[in-house]
Design a protein around this ligand. Structure first.
Ligand code: OAD
Length: 248
């Protein structure tokens, strides 16, 4: 791993416009389960039953009880780990322009990253399905599920369910960042959900170097990415930051 850390540090130092794409894996060390793999949310419950907008519309109470409430509670208790802090540190060192994240937990912002694109929305806000009123999740009364707005409509998290579009401005800017970057760090994503997983492909097609950080191989490994640094995000980011600081 040491050689790859050195290589990644040199690649970052040589890059002019680096961006990161992150997924659930970066928040695992904060106690938030991933979606796939052992202990994953979708190993326990069916994504089409709990993660799809159509099933939410049919039975929002069931989705609140089976998924949203639990995830919201876990996220409420979570704080950033060395992976999030490492990316924020790269930004403050002038080595990373932005983070595109599929995560809804807000931990990149909590760690200090200032330009975060929430590709799948976030869990911090709830939106009324009828009148569109947006309320901070903390202020929503969850004593009966699904929680309801004063107008009587059902509250839903301000995240992207399967079957919904990515917020257009977020998608557009993410694509621009992917097209213009010359290095993309792909951290803790299985890279199987599109269009997020296209971002490294776009970056690669326009000549960027792609570095994966993940304990496991992904569909990008050996095809789209230049190399994979195998390991947990916290451990790898700590080693990378130490290497970069030693090079100053
Ligand atoms: P996944 O759960 O699909 O993948 C998590 C990835 O993190 C896997 O590749 C793991 O090997 C890796 N991983 C596990 N522990 C790690 C660690 N400590 N450090 C680094 N990596 C680690 O999560 P996503 O790729 O984010 O979408 O999933 C993409 C989307 O699928 C989510 O945003 C969500 C989900 O359904 C929606 O809900 C729309």
């Amino acid at each position: 791993m040491k050689d790859l850390i050195r290589r990644a540090a040199e690649d970052l130092m040589g890059a002019k416009r680096a961006v990161a794409l992150t997924g659930a894996g970066i928040s695992v060390e904060s106690g938030i389960p991933p979606f796939r793999g052992s202990g994953g949310v979708w190993e326990r419950i069916d994504p089409m039953e709990y993660g799809h907008i159509e099933t939410f519309e049919v039975n929002p109470g069931r989705v609140w009880r089976g998924l949203i409430q639990e995830l919201k509670d876990i996220i409420d208790r979570a704080s950033p780990n060395d992976g999030h802090r490492g990316l924020a540190r790269l930004e403050s060192m002038g080595l990373l322009d932005a983070v595109i994240t599929q995560n809804v937990d807000g931990l990149h912002q909590a760690a200090g990253s200032t330009d975060v694109l929430e590709f799948h929305g976030n869990c911090a806000w709830q939106r009324c399905m009828d009148c569109g009123e947006k309320v901070k999740s903390h202020d929503v009364d969850v004593s009966t599920l699904p929680p309801r707005c004063l107008c009587g409509g059902v509250f839903r998290p301000d995240w992207v369910f399967f079957g919904e579009d990515i917020p257009p401005m977020t998608l557009q800017r993410s694509q621009q960042l992917a097209m213009r970057c010359d290095l993309m760090l792909v951290v803790g994503t299985s890279a199987v959900v599109h269009p997020a997983a296209y971002m490294p492909v776009i970056a690669r097609d326009t000549g960027a170097r792609i570095i994966e950080i993940n304990p496991e191989r992904t569909p990008l490994t050996g095809t789209i990415s230049d190399y994979l640094i195998r390991g947990g995000a916290g451990e790898v980011m700590n080693a990378l930051i130490a290497e970069l600081e030693g090079m100053k």
